[in-house]
Design a protein around this ligand. Structure first.
Ligand code: PAF
Length: 285
């Protein structure tokens, strides 16, 4: 596996691959890789001849009171894991490469509606930072396909919409959430949990499962389902930001025409903020 740290290097490599008629996939990450990221690599490998993983902790998507400085940076370990996963190129740029103007970044991409709900209410500006850096990565790498984890479901929907609205020639693929045996979704932020908090955290998956079960049985008391999910998390010792049932296509409240529902939650536990979701396709007669 090669490693590129500059925009010029990565562009030159992709140009050569394209000239050889190869299809290129990008897996954007913030590093501190785990089995969830490796599943994204596998999905990318399946869809392309060459796979690039980017590792970049993007300052633009962290709020002033968030964990940018403390975010786990483990580039040496990440490099080893990516090489084992047969990644072709690791793109690990500095902040100066991505934000050469010292971070002023006058241009921001806002995916209105989608970015202001759910996590957007609790992390103002977060999704503008995500959409902007992903658009930059797409412009740098020019991949044919890019793979994102469905654990970050709102992020996935926002990137899909941004790509379609801006007519970027990139196929967006969502890869299923990878879970620990007790149901906890794998996340770099799980490492903030103490052993006691780690034992509490699977309550998130259980609460989502209970909500999906009610929906699957035909219960359409969405407010009741949301409030039961919230209560279950609070009783387990978490501090929920939200527990919501939404249309999986646009994250709006469910309506009669909805073809798929998604139950999403974000909850705080100790110093960690954990997010997760489960989807339910609706059978139509
Ligand atoms: O999901 C992440 O790791 C980040 O939000 C992403 C998509 C790499 C953008 O910085």
């Amino acid at each position: 596996m090669d490693v590129a740290t500059t925009v010029t290097e990565v562009r030159a490599r992709v140009r050569d691959w394209r000239a050889a008629g190869l299809r290129v996939a990008l897996v954007p990450t913030m590093g501190n890789l785990h089995a969830g990221h490796l599943s994204l690599l596998a999905a990318a490998r399946y869809r392309a001849d060459r796979v690039i993983a980017s590792v970049f902790v993007n300052p633009l998507q962290f709020g002033p009171a968030e964990d940018f400085a403390a975010y786990p940076r483990t580039l040496a370990e990440d490099e080893g894991l990516l090489a084992e996963a047969h990644c072709d190129l690791l793109f690990a740029p500095t902040v100066e490469q991505i934000y050469p103007d010292g971070g002023a970044q006058s241009t921001l991409i806002t995916v209105r509606d989608l970015a202001s709900v759910l996590c957007g209410q609790f992390r103002p500006g977060h999704f503008d930072g995500v959409a902007t850096v992903v658009a930059k990565l797409f412009n740098i790498v020019a991949p044919d396909v890019a793979v994102f984890g469905e654990k970050d479901f709102q992020q996935y929907i926002i990137i899909r919409r941004m790509t379609s609205d801006l007519m970027l020639p990139v196929e967006i693929v969502g890869a299923p959430t990878v879970r620990a045996p007790d149901g906890l979704a794998l996340s770099s932020r799980n490492r903030y949990l103490s052993p006691e908090e780690r034992a509490i955290a699977p309550a998130i998956h259980r609460a989502l499962q209970a909500a999906v079960k009610r929906l699957d049985e035909g219960d359409r008391n969405f407010l009741g389902i949301e409030s039961a999910g919230w209560q279950a998390l609070a009783v387990a010792g978490l501090r929920p930001d939200y527990f919501a049932v939404r249309d999986a296509n646009d994250l709006q409240p469910p309506r009669l025409t909805s073809q798929e529902l998604v139950v999403l939650t974000a909850a705080r536990l100790g110093s960690a903020r954990l997010i997760d979701n489960l989807r339910l396709p609706l059978a139509r007669p």
